[in-house]
Structure formats: C-alpha cells, structure tokens
Write a protein that binds this ligand. Structure first.
Ligand SMILES: *Cc1c(COP(=O)(O)O)cnc(C)c1O
Length: 410
C-alpha cells in the first residue's frame, strides 16, 4: 500500500485551491449582474428584480409567497415577530444546528428550549416532545446538512399541541420529505441564501402560504413604499405600513440578480449535484471507516448543500480529527469536521443571565443531549460540487478518503 502523505508518501491529489466555488461565475452571470447594475442598485418596491426573484423562489419551493430579506438570520427574526412571540413564550429548537436558527428568538427575549438529535443530526417528534413545556408556542426545525427532518410526525406533534411550526431550510434548498418540498410543511419557513446551494452572497427568503404572514413579513423588513402598495388597506395593521415595525431588512438587487440566475437553472444544478451525491454514495458504499449520512431515498430527498459523512471510530485506529488531518494532508483540503455548526445549547446567549444581553426567564441548566453528542463527534463533510470540470476534484476526494480509510482501518 502507498504510504500516507502525512507519513512521507505521495499526495493523492495536488489541485490548487480553492476546491469549492459557488456559484459558477460564467459570462452569463457576469452579464446578469452588470445589466442589473445599470438598471438599479436598490429597489424600494417589488416591481423590478426583487419581485422577479421572489416569484422565482416561490415557484422553486412550490409555495404561494416568498419575501426576500437581507439574511437568513433577519428572516428568522421576522418569523419570531410575525408569530407574535414575546418574553415569557418559548420555542423548541434543535441544539445541533447553526446558531442563527435560534439566536433571533433569544434577541427577542423568547426562551429557547433545545431538543436532541437523531442519527441524521435532526430533531424528531420524540426529541421535541421530551422538551415540551407549558410556555412553548412554536417549534423550529433545521433540515441538517440537507437531510429532511421526519416532517409527518413533526407536523402531527405540532398540530396535537397547537404549536406553530417553522422550518429552517438553509441547508436544504432541494430537499423533500414524502414527496413534498421542505418549506411547505410549516406555517413559515426560511431559506438562507448566504453560501448555500442557492446563493445571493448575503440574503434570506421567508416563504409561507398565509396572506397575513406575508403582509406582516413586509412590515418587518420592507417598510414604506412596498408596504403601502402591497398590504391590503383594510388590514388592521395597514396603519403601520408607512413606518413598518422599526427595522429594514432588504436584500440588494445585485444579490437578487445572482439568485435569479441560479433559479433559472435550478433543474440543471439539481441534476448535476444529485449525480455527485450518488457517485459518492456508490464509491463509499463498502468503506468501513466513512459512510454518507443520507435519509433513505424512499422517505426523503437530500437538499444538496454538502455531503455529510459519518466516521466510525470502532473501525479505525485514529480519531475523527486525526482522520480529517490525514485526508487534508492527501490534498483533500475541504474535508472538514464543522466547528461553528454544533451544540449551541450552552452558549451564553441562551443559557446565561447578563444585564447587557437579552432578557431571559431564569438561569438555564445544561440539558443532557446524548444524540447531539454522538452525532457531532463522528460527523464530517465534503462539498457537493456541481459544475463542469469538477470530476477530477470529486475523484480526487474519493481516492483520498479511500486511501486514508484503507490505511487506518482496523
Ligand atoms: C446559514 C444559516 C443560517 C443563517 O443565514 P444567514 O443568511 O447567514 O444569516 C441560519 N440557519 C442555518 C441552518 C444556516 O446554515
């Protein structure tokens, strides 16, 4: 067997970085952005590219309404406010997620109660039920790393306890569960379009089928011109249209041009990325050390954000972090054990009382979250590529993972 690069052997791959770039910057994207630059840099209403982008996004998800925001974080904050959550109320949220799934609720002084994860890193009806408290008014789920949560049981749980359901679909733009697209199960859902499968640089989209939520979303992000022209003047909240509710969260028109360009090719992007995912699944099928983390295809379709892998400590002579370092030394520099997406339940924002931080009901004791622990300790990821000419990268990464696995397998 060839020696590992970390032990003086040849590197599996030697392709100059960066190894993952998104979106594909081709002449047609450059033209879309420069055309928009000449048209307008900022739109106060939805008659131009913002409206066009929102309509395309709604069509993409299969939902009646999509309202753009400056970030996924600001769109999640709007969901909290639209739902009328207040200090004293609580929301059930995943402990294992990116922090912005839960931080906007804390900003509002809403108590966040954290739920455990299953072996896909997702909350379930049972893990949510275990944390149910009398002041819980809503649930937010994240479809982690692209794998959809078990939405049929989560919808049933929320109905039976009269809870609002929010979805954080930031990892899951192309995902579905039981044939329905994620983002269509809840009362509202948010898709970040930061560095995600559909990207606008910075941006977020709130989707809903509820007219009232749509109009309130405008008040929470798009005061004045848009609100005055788009909100039903007989609505009880119409008098707020001029001022909105106090903050502005508009995205830029250039971001919308970038997003619209990708949405126009969504089928092509999806086909290409699904192809990459099945290549990885096929190639790692018999690898005892790392296996893809994928919800079974007869239950749900993957969201195509990244390829998640599970490291099997019993099958290897090294730790997960040593495995990652060995793969990186082979030249597969994007093999990653994520650091900023992890158990957030102990963060001071949620767990501590400080005079300079948002209101909190009381000092919160750390909860035992065995599912989160065991998932995050063995998780690693590689990109899902998706552009012409990426074959060399994909095959290089697979060869590096297989080489290191072969060398460290028990
Ligand atoms: C990226 C992300 C967010 C935040 O979105 P921004 O657009 O970066 O504000 C929220 N939740 C999850 C799961 C994310 O991955």
């Amino acid at each position: 067997m060839t020696a590992l690069a970390a032990h003086g052997g040849p590197k599996t791959m030697d392709i100059p970085g960066p190894h993952y770039r998104w979106p594909i910057i081709d002449p047609s994207l450059e033209r879309a952005v420069s055309d928009q630059m000449h048209r307008s840099l900022s739109d106060r209403d939805a008659r131009g590219i913002i409206g066009e982008y929102e309509a395309a996004f709604a069509h993409f998800v299969g939902t009646p309404y999509a309202i753009s925001f400056s970030s996924g974080t600001s769109a999640i904050h709007a969901m909290s406010r639209i739902a009328g959550l207040r200090p004293g109320d609580a929301v059930l949220a995943p402990a294992y997620t990116f922090l912005a799934t839960a931080s906007p609720f804390a900003y509002d002084g809403v108590e966040v109660i954290f739920a455990d994860a299953d072996d896909h890193g997702n909350v379930t009806a049972d893990s949510l039920a275990a944390k149910l408290a009398p002041n819980v008014r809503a649930v937010i789920v994240t479809h982690m790393w692209g794998n959809p949560c078990p939405m049929d049981e989560i919808v049933a749980f929320c109905r039976s306890h009269d809870l609002l359901l929010f979805e954080d679909c930031s990892h899951a733009h192309f995902a579905s569960w039981g044939g329905s697209r994620v983002g269509t199960f809840g009362d509202m859902a948010v898709f970040s379009t930061n560095q995600k499968a559909i990207t606008t640089g910075e941006g977020g989209v709130l989707v809903t089928s509820n007219d009232r939520y749509r109009e309130l979303a405008l008040l929470y992000g798009h005061y004045n011109k848009r609100c005055l022209s788009e909100i039903d003047s007989s609505a009880e909240y119409y008098p707020f249209a001029f001022t909105g509710m106090g903050l502005k969260h508009r995205m830029t028109t250039l971001g919308a041009a970038i997003g619209l360009h990708q949405l126009a090719q969504a089928d092509k992007i999806e086909a290409r990325r699904r192809g990459v995912l099945s290549r990885v699944r096929q190639e790692l099928a018999d690898n005892p050390v790392v296996t893809p983390v994928l919800v079974p295809e007869d239950r749900g379709r993957h969201g195509l954000y990244v390829t998640g892998l599970r490291f099997c400590p019993e099958a290897a002579t090294v730790t997960r972090d040593e495995f990652v370092a060995l793969a990186v030394a082979e030249g597969a520099t994007e093999v990653d054990a994520p650091g900023s997406t992890r158990d957030i339940s102990g963060e001071p924002l949620f767990a501590r009382r400080d005079s300079f931080a948002p209101w909190k009901p009381e000092q919160v004791a750390a909860a035992a979250l065995p599912g989160v622990r065991s998932f995050q300790d063995v998780f690693l990821k590689i990109p899902i590529w998706g552009y012409e000419g990426d074959e060399e990268l994909i095959e290089g990464y697979l060869a590096a993972l297989n080489k290191v696995s072969g060398a460290v397998a028990r």
